[in-house]
Ligand binder design. Structure first.
Ligand code: GLU
Length: 437
C-alpha cells in the first residue's frame, strides 16, 4: 500500500506525551489506530486479522470542478473512503467542511465500520467529504458541487455497494440532489442509494431526529448505571445542530437543565437552564447560538470547565483534549460527535472517574434509522414514526447493555468494550469469508 498522508498538516507541537498518544501529531486517523491498538489484546485468535482494520479497503480522491455564479470555474477536492465491507455494503455520511482531509475521512469511515458493527446493523463502514466551506456558496453552487461530486463517486457508490447519508453541513436537500444525480446517471429511480432523504423521496420518519434521540437514549441508560437522575441534571452541549440541538431538546423535555452550550459562533451559559425551544429558533434564524438573549456569553475555556453533570460533545473530532479534560466537571460524557475525545483525554477522564459513552454507541442512532430507511426503500413499505422510534430505542438500549457487560467483564472503558464487540464481529466476518484468491 502506498504511504498514507500525514494525519495532520499542522506541525507537531512539543509535547510530553508519547507520540502514539499525541492527537495533535496524529490527527483522527492516528486516534483511531491508537483505539485499535488498545483493543487488539482482547481479540484472541481473531487478532491475526487486525491489520485489516488498520487500512482502508479503498479510498477515492475526486476533483470536483463547478461553475461559480460569477462564471469562473472553481475546483474542490472530494473523497469517498470505504474502510471495511466485510459485514455488508459501505455506509456513512458525507461532510462538507473547509477542514476535510483524506486522513480525516479515513478515520470517519473506520469509525463507521466500528459503529455499524457495535450496534449490529449489516453494513461496513464508509465516509465521504468535500473540502469546502458551504456557507460561502450560493444555493446553485452548492447544488452543482453536490451533483458533480455524486457523479464522480458514482464509480463506487450504489444501493448495494455504499450508501451515503448526511453528516456535518449536509442535509435532506443535499441527499435529494445526490439521489437524483445517481438515478439520472443510472437511468433508474434509486431511492436506496442514499439515506436521510426527504420523506417524499423514500426518506424515513424519525431519521432527522434519530442521532439526537439515540444520544438521549444511551445517555439515560448510562445515567441510570451511575445513579445520576436525569430530571434536574445539568447538561452542557457542544454543537447545536442536528445532533446537539435535538439531544438538548430531549434532555430538557426529560427535566434536565441545559446550562451551557457552545458552537462555532461562541459559548453561552444559564444556570437556571436555557430555553431550548427558543434557542433552537434563534439558531435556525441566525445560524449560531451567539447573541441569544436568554443566556450569558462565556469563553471557550469557561465552557469546558462549566459546572455540569452531563457533557455532550456534538460538534467535531478532537475537542476534548489533554488541555481541557482535567477541567471537565461532568460525571458523564456522551459523545454525539465522531471522535471528539483524544486518547490522552480518554485516559484522564477514566482516571478521574468520568464515564464516557463512546461515539460508536452514543451517536449510532442516525445510522440505525438510516438502516430502517434503506430497508423501507427496498421493500417499498413504510413504517410509522412510533414503530421506528421503538425499534431505535430497543437497538440502542441493547447495544449499550451489551457493551456495558463487556466493560464489566474485562474491566475496561466503554470505548474499549465497544471496540471488542465491534472488532470481533468484523473480524469474524473476515475470518469466515477468508481471503480471495
Ligand atoms: N453521519 C452519520 C454518522 O456519522 C450517519 C451516517 C449514516 O446514516 O449512514 O453516523
Amino acid at each position: 500500500m502506498p504511504a498514507l498522508p500525514p494525519a495532520t498538516s499542522a506541525p507537531a507541537p512539543a509535547h510530553a506525551l508519547p507520540s502514539y498518544l499525541n492527537a495533535e501529531q496524529l490527527g483522527p486517523w492516528g486516534i483511531y489506530l491508537t483505539q485499535i491498538d488498545r483493543v487488539t489484546p482482547y481479540l484472541g485468535t481473531l487478532g491475526k486479522w487486525v491489520e485489516t482494520l488498520k487500512r482502508p479497503k479503498r479510498a477515492l480522491i475526486v476533483d470536483v470542478p463547478i461553475h461559480l455564479d460569477d462564471g469562473t470555474v472553481a475546483h474542490f477536492e472530494g473523497y469517498r473512503v470505504q474502510h471495511n465491507i466485510s459485514r455488508g455494503p459501505g455506509k456513512g455520511g458525507v461532510r462538507f467542511h473547509q477542514d476535510v482531509t483524506l486522513s480525516e475521512v479515513m478515520a470517519l469511515a473506520a469509525w463507521m465500520s466500528i459503529k455499524n458493527a457495535a450496534v449490529g446493523v449489516p453494513y461496513g463502514g464508509a465516509k465521504g467529504g468535500i473540502r469546502v466551506d458551504p456557507r460561502q456558496l450560493s444555493e446553485g453552487e452548492l447544488q452543482r458541487l453536490t451533483r458533480r461530486y455524486t457523479s464522480e463517486i458514482g464509480l463506487i457508490i450504489g444501493p448495494t455497494k455504499d450508501i451515503p447519508a448526511p453528516d456535518v453541513n449536509t442535509n435532506e436537500k443535499i441527499m435529494a440532489w445526490m439521489m437524483d444525480t445517481y438515478s439520472v446517471n443510472q437511468g433508474i429511480t434509486a431511492t436506496g442509494v442514499v439515506t436521510g432523504k426527504p420523506i417524499t423521496l423514500g426518506g424515513s420518519l424519525g431519521r432527522r431526529e434519530a442521532t439526537g434521540r439515540g444520544v438521549f437514549t444511551v445517555g439515560v441508560a448510562a445515567a441510570q448505571r451511575i445513579n445520576l437522575p436525569v430530571p434536574g441534571a445539568r447538561v452542557a452541549v457542544q454543537g447545536f445542530g442536528n445532533v446537539g440541538g435535538i439531544a438538548a431538546r430531549l434532555f430538557a423535555e426529560a427535566g434536565a437543565r441545559i446550562v451551557a452550550v457552545q458552537d462555532h459562533g461562541g459559548s453561552l451559559c444559564n444556570d437556571q437552564g436555557l430555553d431550548v425551544p427558543a434557542l433552537l429558533q434563534h439558531v435556525a434564524h441566525t445560524g449560531s447560538v451567539a447573541g441569544f438573549a436568554g443566556g450569558d456569553a462565556m469563553t471557550a475555556a469557561e465552557f469546558w470547565a462549566a459546572p455540569c453533570d452531563i457533557l455532550i460533545p456534538a460538534a467535531l473530532e478532537g475537542q476534548i483534549t489533554e488541555a481541557n479534560a482535567r477541567h471537565i466537571q461532568a460525571r458523564l460524557v456522551i459523545e454525539g460527535a465522531n471522535g471528539p475525545t483524544t486518547p490522552a483525554a480518554d485516559d484522564i477522564l477514566h482516571d478521574r472517574g468520568v464515564l464516557v459513552v463512546p461515539d460508536v454507541i452514543a451517536n449510532a442512532g442516525g445510522v440505525t434509522v438510516s438502516y430502517f430507511e434503506w430497508v423501507q426503500d427496498f421493500s417499498s413499505f413504510f413504517w410509522s414514526e412510533e414503530e421506528i422510534n421503538q425499534r431505535l430505542v430497543r437497538i440502542m438500549q441493547d447495544a449499550f447493555s451489551a457493551v456495558w457487560e463487556v466493560a464489566q467483564q474485562h474491566q475496561v472503558s466503554l470505548r474499549t468494550a465497544a471496540y471488542i464487540v465491534a472488532c470481533t464481529r468484523i473480524l469474524q466476518a473476515r475470518d469466515l469469508r477468508g481471503l480471495y484468491p
